[in-house]
Design a protein around this ligand. Structure first.
Ligand code: MN
Length: 205
């Protein structure tokens, strides 16, 4: 039984960057829905009874029933992606990464601002619904990408671990930002907690 990440902050505490109604709807409707649908689907897949969600997402092609595979892809992705998203947001975020992550960003992307610009561009140019990602490969290098729908880099099965994900589905921003996805992406950096992202990087090493 998979359970949603418990928010350690109030729905309204990310204002004005992310509005309260968006947070309530996003967490209690969208994320809760993905979680419920994932659990319903997994009840039909006893081979995964003791598997972690990361294991399941890395082995989607082993689910032979095409409809069930799609259900697990969409809802398992939705479950995992939002757990990451909500866990890296904070009303009192650290504005800069530290330690090994900071070193890797400066070595491969010159500066945090340059990395943020690249991730923002990936999110802005993702056609339709999807996500922009910073993932870590097996060597500790950062891989930037975007995916459609609720897909994520774990599903590539290459050992990538996402440590930062920006939800660019309209449900993540439309109530406040309407069609201005770029304004939402610009704002969300104000509530991304680089202390948490740095910890996630360290956990992959
Ligand atoms: Mn979402």
């Amino acid at each position: 039984m998979f359970t949603q990440y418990s928010l350690p902050y109030d729905f309204g505490s990310l204002e004005p960057h992310i509005d309260e109604l968006t947070m309530v709807t996003h967490y209690t409707k969208h994320h809760a829905g993905y979680t419920k649908n994932l659990n319903t689907a997994m009840a039909q897949l006893p081979q995964f009874d003791n598997a972690s969600i990361e294991d399941i997402l890395g082995k989607l092609p082993t689910i032979k029933d095409a409809n069930l595979q799609t259900t697990v892809r969409n809802n398992g992705g939705g479950f995992w992606n939002h757990n990451l998203y909500f866990s890296i947001l904070s009303p009192k975020p650290a504005s800069k990464p530290t330690g090994a992550l900071l070193k890797e960003i400066e070595a491969s992307y010159n500066s945090l601002d340059d990395l943020k610009a690249k991730v923002s561009a990936l999110g802005a140019s993702q056609f339709g619904s999807g996500w922009a990602w910073v993932s870590v490969d097996k060597q500790g290098k950062l891989i930037l990408s975007s995916t459609p729908n609720q897909d994520n880099p774990i599903m590539e099965g290459n050992g990538l671990t996402p440590i930062l994900g920006i939800d660019v589905w309209e449900h993540a921003y439309y109530l406040k930002y309407k069609n201005l996805r770029g304004d939402y992406i610009k704002a969300i950096w104000n509530v991304i907690d680089w202390a948490k992202v740095s910890k996630l990087y360290d956990a992959t090493r």
